[in-house]
Design a protein around this ligand. Structure first.
Ligand code: KMH
Ligand code: ZN
Length: 277
């Protein structure tokens, strides 16, 4: 498939609503953002939710309500974050799957994350991967450093392919503590991805100012795109991001310039081996 899979990651767990008032944190704000981003060309929404104080939460009731509301209002593939915030316990992160999303993230290793540590022990990774297989939740394997692709290969060798049989990874580049958001790093990852099962696809996102070099490198290397205020809150030097739609519109423009127009959610499901439940 020659089009571009565009994922929007509108909220994340780290950006504060106080410093970035345009960040969608309520369910209404999230649904409105999702609808507009879908209309622009997004096919997947990577979801972190917030509580009434706009703090990150993995509250089960809120997660279920969020999945239901997004399904009702959009055709987007709902991908819940199992990463949460660096402070979330493993038990809550595993319980994210109980909200029955079509997709969930699954990170392939521990990484320093700014001043924190994003913990992903091997046994936890195996637990998450196998529970997703059992429940038919399609993973997006999050890769913060080159060696995590080797961990993914080990995981697939020992525990089998994910639900749906297709392997899709997301390169999260430029996290302080992870790999840099550069074309050279992306090319190194792309070479390692060739050792994964045939047909493995990847998307990439660059944190902060690496967003544009990573987008251009990913499109050139045959990859897909993730954008959103989880990763980028400055549109250009001195210009705060006004909305997630602004970032999705820019990604769509780049994809069109590359003659790889955005995939619809239906096309994305076909690519990723997802059967809509
Ligand atoms: N918020 C980060 C600690 C994921 O969503 O799976 C983890 C993260 C990755 O954002
Ligand atoms: Zn995330």
């Amino acid at each position: 498939m020659s089009g571009t899979l565009i994922t929007v990651a509108p909220t994340g767990a780290e950006v504060s609503k106080t410093s970035v008032p345009a960040l969608p944190v309520t369910l209404d704000e999230l649904v409105a953002t999702a609808k507009e981003c879908e209309a622009l060309g997004a096919a997947i929404i990577h979801v972190h939710i917030r509580d009434d104080a706009a703090a990150p939460t993995l509250d089960q009731g809120r997660l279920r309500d969020t999945v239901a509301a997004l399904r009702q209002s959009t055709d987007l593939i709902v991908q819940l974050s199992s990463g949460g915030a660096v402070t979330d316990p493993e038990s809550d992160r595993l319980a994210v799957l109980d909200a029955r999303p079509e997709m969930a993230s699954c990170t392939m290793g521990t990484v320093n994350f700014g001043d924190g540590v994003f913990m992903n022990r091997w046994e936890f990774i195996v637990d998450l991967h196998t529970r997703m297989q059992e429940r038919g939740v399609v993973p997006e394997y999050e890769i913060f450093d080159l060696g995590q692709l080797t961990t993914l290969q080990r995981l697939l060798d020992k525990h089998g392919l994910p639900a749906g049989g297709h392997v899709h990874v997301d390169l999260v580049m430029g996290v302080p503590g992870g790999m840099p958001g550069t074309a050279a790093a992306l090319v190194a990852c792309e070479a390692a991805i060739r050792d994964l099962p045939a047909g493995t696809t990847f998307s990439a996102t660059g944190i902060g100012r690496s967003t544009i070099p990573v987008m251009l490198a990913s499109l050139s290397a045959g990859g897909h795109l993730r954008v959103g205020m989880e990763d980028t809150v400055t549109y250009a030097r001195g210009r705060p991001v006004e909305s997630n739609m602004q970032l999705v519109a820019r990604a769509v423009g780049f994809a069109q310039l590359a003659q790889r127009p955005p995939l619809t959610p239906a096309d994305a499901r076909t690519l990723l081996g997802i059967t809509r439940k």
